[in-house]
Design a protein around this ligand. Structure first.
Ligand code: SF4
Length: 364
């Protein structure tokens, strides 16, 4: 299949692996910030193919996982309001909040529907004019433009029963927050492919400039990731840190201007609450004042109990890269994909689910 097979070519993969082994002398800790990369790295056994001096860490790039319990509790509280339909991406439904989950709320009689896009949600609003339809807007810069486009469409078509709970998050600010926390020592970052297709590669320039860390945007196929690692190793071995793109077919340095314009029309940068990290200034998106009629937070009043974390769950520190799922005593015992305790075991891009499905289960 075009654009897949050529990026899975075993011969090219072998040559790249040999090259990495040949020129990687110094120890290097590389973090993939994107959950999609974590899945691909595990699925294709890439960690095991790299030299022992290269250590791979997973970061906070799973939108479901980084949604704080307080925000999830908000979504559950909104679901209990009368005449409300909640629409959400599938993974989010099963994530346990502080006291309940959207799945449990559905079992209690709340109208909660799984959608594949904000657009589906708008159709539900059109079909149910006597109900308020609230879309739980999670995701990074990848999904925010499509949500913005849907809000603009709702405005244009005069649909006044469609709302968004904007929990969108921004990638570069959380990278900066993690680097500033200084809990993990990193030599290189595998930058997210899909996010970068929207924002481009320029917003990562602070990483080599301020932190002397190698930085390469990667695609998701095994050869994309191996090429990315090879480029990171080059930077680390030569000490010339910069932002490079190993995913030219998907990412331009300047990003996707149309998507950025859409995002900028509807949203403004605001603080966001990240699981395990807390509130980070300018790391999220909220609806601009002019789009407040579509803002679920502005429209609905809810009361909530203080949020709390599941006992023993290490999702927060796994998202910061200071623990792996194997450090969690509940992993594979009390916490499995069938009975998840935390979001990292629910989401298809969560580290715990990835370790569970693809990892050398008890060996990492
Ligand atoms: Fe949380 Fe389960 Fe992962 Fe442990 S294994 S960190 S309980 S999601």
């Amino acid at each position: 299949m075009k654009f897949i097979d050529e990026y899975r070519d075993p011969e090219l993969g072998k040559r790249l692996i040999e090259r990495i082994h040949r020129h990687s002398n110094n120890s290097a800790r590389l973090m993939e910030f994107c959950g999609g990369h974590t899945v691909s790295i595990f699925k294709h056994g890439i960690r095991q193919l790299l030299p022992k001096n290269i250590e791979m860490l997973s970061g906070p790039g799973c939108p479901v996982c980084v949604t704080a319990n307080a925000d999830l509790d908000k979504a559950i509280a909104l679901a209990h309001l009368p005449n409300v339909i909640i629409t959400s991406f599938g993974d989010m439904i099963r994530v346990p909040g502080s006291y309940s989950s959207l799945q449990l709320a559905k079992a209690e009689g709340c109208d909660i529907r799984v959608v594949y896009s904000a657009q589906d949600s708008l159709s539900i609003a059109q079909d149910n004019p006597d109900k308020s339809v609230i879309f739980i807007g999670i995701g990074f810069e990848t999904t925010a433009p499509t949500v913005a486009a849907t809000i603009l469409q709702a405005e244009q078509e005069g649909i006044n029963n469609f709302y968004v709970l904007s929990l969108h998050k921004l990638c570069p600010p959380i990278m900066k927050a993690i680097l500033d926390m200084g809990e993990v020592r990193l030599n290189g970052i595998i930058c997210p492919g899909h996010v970068s297709a929207v924002i481009g590669s320029y917003p990562y320039q602070f990483i080599p400039d301020k932190y002397n860390i190698a930085c390469v945007v990667s695609g998701f196929e095994p050869l994309d990731i191996l090429l990315c690692v090879d480029m990171l190793v080059d930077q680390i071995e030569t000490g010339h840190y910069k932002v490079e793109i190993a995913y030219r077919r998907g990412v331009k340095p300047e990003g996707n201007q149309q998507a950025l314009r859409l995002m900028d029309t509807v949203f403004e940068v605001a603080e966001a609450d990240w699981r395990g990290i807390g509130v980070v200034p300018e790391s999220g998106l909220r609806l601009k004042k002019s789009y407040q009629p579509f803002d679920a937070e502005a429209k609905f009043e809810i009361s909530m109990k203080p949020s709390r974390e599941a006992k023993g769950c290490l999702c927060g520190s796994i998202l910061r890269g200071i623990n792996t799922p194997l450090d969690c005593k509940l992993f594979g015992k009390k916490c499995t994909p069938e009975h998840p305790v935390g979001p990292c075991m629910v989401s298809s891009e969560g580290s715990c689910a990835t370790y569970y499905h693809y990892g050398d289960y008890y060996g990492g």
